[in-house]
Design a protein around this ligand. Structure first.
Ligand code: PLP
Length: 282
């Protein structure tokens, strides 16, 4: 693969970052993941906007203009002849002698790489995901997309240890979100219930698009927190994220959701999302 590092295009084996990079030492970095289908960027405007917000919240200067960042995204797709998969972008505060205080005048480290993988014909859409629930022990600024991913990583490992595919995290009795995705349910009355935006969850770009599409379809949307018990009582459950689009959940802590098979509303929203976002892909 050809990767991007601070203005250079390099073979992946030659792209090197300092051991003093604050991304490495402090997880002092943010990231974004954008899906690519047919060589085009899906929902890029949202990812670009959230990237700038994450940087602002951490007072990390954005190393490139909006236009230049989009151009780099397009160029990495071209250089890797990427048809389908994702672009990972990370910006750290940069390199400085180790100190908890933010360094003055550090140059941010900007890295992009691609991962080719089939995201459209994901076999999981046919089977759905099994979910295990566990406490949300992350910090309280989950609205900032930082690379502090150790706990979500541990949560996924624990879910897999229990024989599930992934984790949903729970705080004060309510589901916050998945290890790397937004959590949603559809009640037996057909209402799409999803947690409202706050610092407790990442403001999912796919979530925003899916809620718009659901409302346009006449599906009632209720943005309120829900419990694990309510999720187990639901007709359907699903997750959304940049590379999963909408992906059905068929069991939670071994209890089947609805029929125990992928639900029709999640499937409909997935199809609508892909069609709609492909039409506006960059
Ligand atoms: N929540 C968390 C914790 C995530 O890591 C992600 C994405 O990876 C999401 C939600 C979904 O966000 P998006 O739809 O912008 O990919």
């Amino acid at each position: 693969r050809t990767v991007y590092l601070n203005g250079d295009w390099l073979p992946e084996t030659e792209a090197k970052v300092s051991v003093f990079d604050r991304g490495f030492l402090f997880a002092d970095a943010i990231y974004e993941v954008t899906a690519v289908i047919g060589g085009k960027l899906i929902d890029y405007a949202g990812h670009g906007a959230r990237l700038r917000r994450s940087l602002e919240e951490l007072a990390i200067p954005c190393p490139l203009s909006q236009e230049a960042l989009l151009a780099v995204h397009r160029e990495i797709v071209r250089r890797n002849a990427l048809e389908e998969g994702l672009i990972y972008l990370q910006i750290s505060r940069g390199v400085a002698d180790r100190d908890f205080a933010f360094p003055k005048g550090a140059e941010p480290t900007l890295v992009l790489f691609t991962q080719a993988k089939p995201v459209l014909d994901n076999p999981r859409t046919k089977t759905g995901l099994s979910i295990a629930t566990m406490p949300d022990w992350r910090w309280e600024r989950r609205d900032i997309k930082t690379v502090q991913l150790l706990y979500p990583s541990m949560a996924k490992m624990e879910a897999m240890r229990r024989g599930a595919d992934d984790a949903w995290l729970v705080e004060d009795g309510f589901v916050t979100e998945g290890s790397a995705a937004t959590a949603h349910i559809v009640t037996k009355d057909g209402v799409l219930v999803t947690r409202p935006l706050s610092n407790a969850i990442l403001h999912g770009i796919t979530r925003a698009s899916i809620l718009d599409l659901a409302r346009a379809e006449g599906i009632a949307v209720d943005e309120r927190p829900f419990t694990v018990a309510q999720a187990k009582e639901a007709a359907e459950a699903f997750i959304t994220s940049a590379t999963n689009f909408a992906m059905p959940v068929v069991s939670i802590d071994e209890a089947p959701i609805g029929s125990g098979r992928p639900g029709p509303i999640a499937a409909r929203l997935r199809d609508l999302y892909i069609a709609d976002r492909l039409a506006t892909a960059l």
